[in-house]
Design a protein around this ligand. Sequence first.
Ligand SMILES: Cc1cc2nc3c(=O)[nH]c(=O)nc-3n(C[C@H](O)[C@H](O)[C@H](O)COP(=O)(O)OP(=O)(O)OC[C@H]3O[C@@H](n4cnc5c(N)ncnc54)[C@H](O)[C@@H]3O)c2cc1C
Ligand SMILES: Cc1ncc(C[n+]2csc(CCOP(=O)(O)OP(=O)(O)O)c2C)c(N)n1
Ligand SMILES: [Mg+2]
Length: 570
Amino acid sequence: MKLTGAQILWESLVREGVTDVFGYPGGAILPAYDAMLDYPIRHVLVRHEQGATHMADGYARASGRVGVAIATSGPGATNMVTGIATAMLDSSPIVCITGQVGSRLIGSDAFQEIDITGITLPITKHNYLVTRADDVARAVREAFVIAKSGRPGPVLIDITKDAQQSSCEFDWDAAAPVVPGWRRVPDATAAAFEEAAALINAAERPVIFVGHGVMISGAMEPIQTLADRAHIPVAMTLLGIGGFPASHPLNIGMMGMHGEAWVNLAIQEADLLIACGMRFDDRVTGNLRTYAPNAKKIHIEIDPSEINKNVAVDVPLVGDLHDVLPRLLPLVAASDRAAWLRRIHDLKGDSAVRDIQSLPDEGHLYAAHVINDLWRATRETETIVVTDVGQHQMWEAQYYHHDVPRSLITSGGLGTMGFAVPAAIGAKRARPEADVWAVVGDGGFQMTMCELATAVQDSIDIKVAIINNGYLGMVRQWQEFFYERRYAATPLSGPDFVKLAEAFGIRGIAVSTRGDVLPAVAAARSHAGPVVIDFRVEQEDTVYPMVPAGADLHAMIRRPNPIVETGADV
Ligand SMILES: Cc1cc2nc3c(=O)[nH]c(=O)nc-3n(C[C@H](O)[C@H](O)[C@H](O)COP(=O)(O)OP(=O)(O)OC[C@H]3O[C@@H](n4cnc5c(N)ncnc54)[C@H](O)[C@@H]3O)c2cc1C
Ligand SMILES: Cc1ncc(C[n+]2csc(CCOP(=O)(O)OP(=O)(O)O)c2C)c(N)n1
Ligand SMILES: [Mg+2]
């Protein structure tokens, strides 16, 4: 069968199971767009190519499937860079397709020519420059293998205009992927499993770490079996939230810079860390020299380059958690670890950061209240929360209690402002049956709010909760603590968000008192179509606790009195 390169592109994507793509056209990708109309593809027209990449990313994180974004050459391609880097840092499988100038023009500074494979080399797992129609199918097939295998990540395929236009024989089988560098990573030795089990069985104060890899691998069940059998408390990274139910009695909460104080203190007292699918980010460890000084470390991780990268470990178990845990479990003895669990309970009593019910109401609206009420209102239904980056992101992690995997989607590693609204659109496309909420700061919202028009044009029903504090709040907080409250370039104005929503043709609601939070959430949920709620919260509220960058994990800045501190907020 003779097809053009453009037709082969869509034929291959459809065979890979792709139904939705997010993109924006232009000259160098026009042949592909023209061919698209003949294939069963739902195309979402974005307003900025960064949005397309975040949508593909949100789609991937919500579903576990590969997300696809498409753009033209030059500025279309460079607009994708931030989204590709975001996916890279958080191990999210996306495939980005870009048009390129004709192959004979490459290197001539042709109109909208840019070396996008060069630019994205360090922020993709792999990328391709395809200059012949014959190479399109193989590139697509390999890109999908690479994006989702092992440690997932982004792959870019740059296709010249002539490769899209010329024809060749289409042979799917002959284009079988050849990925010589890739193999299933070797399983750890039997001796390593024995060693790990011996450490677990001997430990008096162990903590299990649940990271993003737990959800990527789908290893929630064996993790729970491990925790239940050996009564080991479980702490999560930001991206691990949802990997172990928040309501499980052994779940002690998030670790790290804005983690729970008792979790960080427990880590410093622990005699064993069992780290599962997490990479000891600096937001997690604080000062490495004083990190978990008494603890042996077991690291279960699919990417060998993560072993001993930041934290020296005693027993690495390299492999997919899904394969490793079932081999480890039979060697782990039952234990009640009552003394250690009591100790953590005491730490919680002494050192809990907050009782949001005790925050003085006095007409103030606190972001913590908003998030906690949002959780109360949505906890019984299948809900995905997609956050942006900043204070509201941390409050979400602290006050919205996630019981199921893939119910929190957030940019952790790159910390990309502007992520939430487009990623929420992608998540809704992937899981239309779920309610999808974007929780976003007034700063990040203004970075990609143009995508509200995308949601309207393609009838994508997302709800947007703007946590509007009139500041680039997280940066203001750093200025408050470390720059003597000199608020350089952090006070932030914005448009009237209700009127803005209405201008986009969607419903807008403003909320400035606690009593109005639940009714507004209920109104948004019962409204068919996108809604924006402008939550006008306290302007100079602060996220506690905070481990200053590079400080010891136990050296947290705590909430000053007079607010009563207990852990009860449910
Ligand atoms: C403002 C801000 C504040 C932050 N504060 C905190 C904080 O207080 N606490 C916190 O935890 N984070 C915080 N973060 C996020 C932090 O920067 C990191 O993104 C996060 O800690 C990374 O979590 P992770 O290691 O679980 O996930 P990832 O970075 O996604 O790493 C996942 C790991 O799992 C491995 N993996 C993937 N698949 C598998 C598999 N099948 N089997 C085994 N392993 C697998 C990968 O190779 C990788 O090493 C903050 C971010 C921002 C923007
Ligand atoms: C693209 C980008 N630029 C700058 C930053 C640095 N930064 C991190 S948090 C933050 C403030 C975010 O403000 P806002 O969106 O209003 O959220 P808030 O912290 O107030 O909840 C900034 C500027 C970033 N993370 N991403
Ligand atoms: Mg703000």
